[in-house]
Design a protein around this ligand. Sequence first.
Ligand SMILES: Cc1cc2nc3c(=O)[nH]c(=O)nc-3n(C[C@H](O)[C@H](O)[C@H](O)COP(=O)(O)OP(=O)(O)OC[C@H]3O[C@@H](n4cnc5c(N)ncnc54)[C@H](O)[C@@H]3O)c2cc1C
Length: 325
Amino acid sequence: MENQILAVCLPQQGSLPSSAFEVLSVAKNLAAQSQGKVFAAVCGDKAQTLAKNLSVSGVEKIFAVEHPALATNNDEIHAQAISKILEGNKFGAILFPGTIFGKSLAALMSARLKAGLAVDITEITMANGKIQAKRAAYSGNALATVSVAQETALFIVLPMVFPQAEKNAATPEIVPIPFAPQEAKMEYVSFQPEASSEIDLGTAERIVSGGRGLGNAEGFKIIRELAETLKAAVGASRAAVDAGWITYSHQVGLTGKTVHPKLYMACGISGQIQHLAGMSSSSTIVALNTDPECPMMKTASLSVAGDLYEMIPLIVAEIKKRRGG
Ligand SMILES: Cc1cc2nc3c(=O)[nH]c(=O)nc-3n(C[C@H](O)[C@H](O)[C@H](O)COP(=O)(O)OP(=O)(O)OC[C@H]3O[C@@H](n4cnc5c(N)ncnc54)[C@H](O)[C@@H]3O)c2cc1C
C-alpha cells in the first residue's frame, strides 16, 4: 500500500469545522501505524488562508486549491479540485468527513477513481500491510470489518467518534494547486440554514433527550425546561421524531446524529441499539425511566427509576436552588 494518506478538510461557512480536525486525527493515527505520511487537502475560495490556520503537527504538506467556484458545496467542482491534487500525488488512503457534503463528494470521487469506499467508519487499523476499518452493519446490530481491494482506498469518517487533531505552533508546508474549473452539470442553488436559536447538538457539551416515554409532543416542554436549566441541547429518539413531536434535526442515533457530550440525559428512552449507536460514547449518561430493566438504564452511569414527569421538575428545582434561585 502507498503509505501517503490524504485528509480532505472541507470548509463550512468559511472556516474549518471540527470534522476537518477529526479526519486529520484519523489520518495521523493511520500514519503512525504504517510509518506513513499525512497530507491535507483544503479547497475553497479562501483555501490559502484556511490552510495557514491548519497548524497541526505531523502534517507534511497542505494542498490548497483556491478558486471562487469552490466557495459553495458543488460536488462536481470540488471533485475536480481534488482530482487536480491527485494528478501529481499518489495516496494509499483518502479520508473524508462524514458530513452530508463530505459523503456525496466521497461517493463521487470513488466513482471517478473506481476505488472502493468504506462509509461511516468508527475504527481504522493497519493489518498485514492492509487498512482495515470498522463500521456498523445491520442497523447497528453488528460491526463489519472492511478493507478495500484497490490501491487507493477511500474512507468516510463518522463524525463525533474520533478525537480532533490538536492545533499547535506547527507550520506545515502549503502547496498552492493551480485550478481552472471545467463546466459542471450540477448547479449550486442556495444554502438555507435551519432557523434555530437552540444549542447545536453536534457540538453540545450537555444534551437532554426525550423519547416515546414523553407520551406526546407537549412532553418536550419539560425536556426544554431541563435543557435550558443545564444550558444543554435538546435531543430525541427516533420514536419521538417519527411521531412528529420534534424535528429530525434533533434525532440522535444511527440514522440521526452521533454525539459525545460530557453529559447525556436520556428521558423516557429505552436505549435500543440504534439509539445507543449515536450516544454511547458520552462521558456520563443519566437515564430517567420507569423500567429499571431497559437497556438505557443498564448502559447509564446513573439510572433513576421513576416517572420523568415527577422527576424532571424536582431536578430543575434542585439545580435552581443550588444556584441560588
Ligand atoms: C434502520 C433503523 C434505524 C434507526 N435509527 C434510530 C436512530 O437513529 N435513533 C433512535 O433513537 N432510534 C432509531 N431507530 C429506532 C429504534 O429501534 C427504537 O425504535 C427507538 O430508539 C425507540 O425510541 P424510544 O426509546 O423513545 O421508544 P421506546 O423504545 O418505546 O421506549 C420508551 C421508553 O420510555 C419509558 N417510559 C414510558 N413512560 C415513561 C415515563 N412517564 N417516565 C419515564 N420513562 C417512561 C419506557 O419504559 C421505555 O423504556 C432505528 C430503527 C431502525 C430499524
